[in-house]
Design a protein around this ligand. Structure first.
Ligand SMILES: [Zn+2]
Ligand SMILES: [Zn+2]
Ligand SMILES: [Zn+2]
Ligand SMILES: [Zn+2]
Length: 290
């Protein structure tokens, strides 16, 4: 037995579990026990409290399957996996294992559920729920080239460097182990951003002349005449003020063409050279051993 849950009067639920098992197994076990609690098994079927003394084997099996089904849906929701499959290439079983930190058999069970989902009626709000609930998780991207991390619905190009080599930002994926090997840690670059009006997305600080508190009604910066909306002139996509490229079509943004933004490499080098400069200037003749 991996675990059991009981009610202690005037206290509440208590779950006992074997903490010597593997991590993925403990996670599943605890989700299973949570299932028993949320599905009211301990209240509706009081007998489960003492090692199912009053339950038939068949009854017990039903409760166990219910708790297992709950745990599966909780830890690796099949709808979420299917969404991921449709956005990224179909996930390999090892990837599902890594992403959700589950065992091979749990990942395999999930794949089988996903296959069955495909034949179910599509017209429901469940997919929408998963899309919304997990938006940041699903749509997190990472650029291997300029190390920018951002959230955007299916981008084709990096909005900072314009390159095509974007990864799903999920550090459980094995590819991040290799990036970590190369850099010591996963490098993240914070490119300078500008405050935007929440209603229309226009910039509130001009990236070219740095004028602040630009009125949301103004179409142009009153100092340097830069339009207050960064845009892709090729496809018409509205862009965040610090985007150098259009994530949809990869063309240069208006702000980048207007030289309101420096190239990503300049900003990258500025951020990365400053510690070295400090180090170099702090040398004085006494510390040089010759
Ligand atoms: Zn159980
Ligand atoms: Zn990039
Ligand atoms: Zn300006
Ligand atoms: Zn575009």
């Amino acid at each position: 037995m991996d675990a059991f849950t009981t009610i202690i009067p005037n206290f509440g639920y208590v779950t006992f579990y074997d903490d010597q098992k593997s991590d993925d197994r403990i996670r599943f076990t605890l989700a299973h026990e949570l299932g028993h609690i949320l599905l009211n098994h301990c209240i509706d079927f009081e007998e489960t409290l003492y090692f199912r003394s009053g339950l038939s084997a068949a009854q017990y099996k039903v409760l166990e399957r219910e708790a297992d089904t709950f745990a599966g849906a909780f830890i690796r929701p099949a709808r979420l996996v299917r969404l991921l499959n449709s956005i990224y290439q179909k996930l390999h079983i090892a990837e599902i294992q890594a992403i959700f930190n589950i065992s091979y058999s749990a990942a395999n069970a999930c794949i089988n559920i996903v296959k069955k989902l495909n034949v179910l009626q599509e017209k429901n709000n469940i997919n929408f729920f998963f899309q919304t609930q997990f938006f940041d998780f699903i749509n997190a991207s990472y650029c291997i080239n300029c190390h920018y991390r951002f959230t955007s619905k299916s981008p084709n190009y990096c909005p900072i460097c314009g390159k095509h080599n974007l990864l799903w930002y999920n550090t459980n994926l094995y590819i991040y182990d290799f990036i970590e090997l190369d850099y010591g840690e996963i490098p993240i670059m914070d490119y300078k951003t500008y405050p935007q009006n929440i209603d229309n997305g226009r910039t509130e600080t001009c990236p070219r002349c740095e004028l602040e508190n630009i009125d949301s009604d103004w179409n142009y910066c009153p100092i340097c005449s830069l339009p207050t909306q960064n845009v892709c002139e090729d496809c018409g996509e509205k862009l965040d003020p610090h985007f150098r490229y259009c994530p949809k079509c990869g063309k240069e943004s208006l702000y980048f063409k207007e030289k309101a933004l420096t190239s990503w490499k300049d900003e990258y080098d500025t951020q990365h050279s400053s510690p070295t400069t400090t180090e170099a200037s702090s040398w004085d003749e006494d510390t040089i051993p010759f």
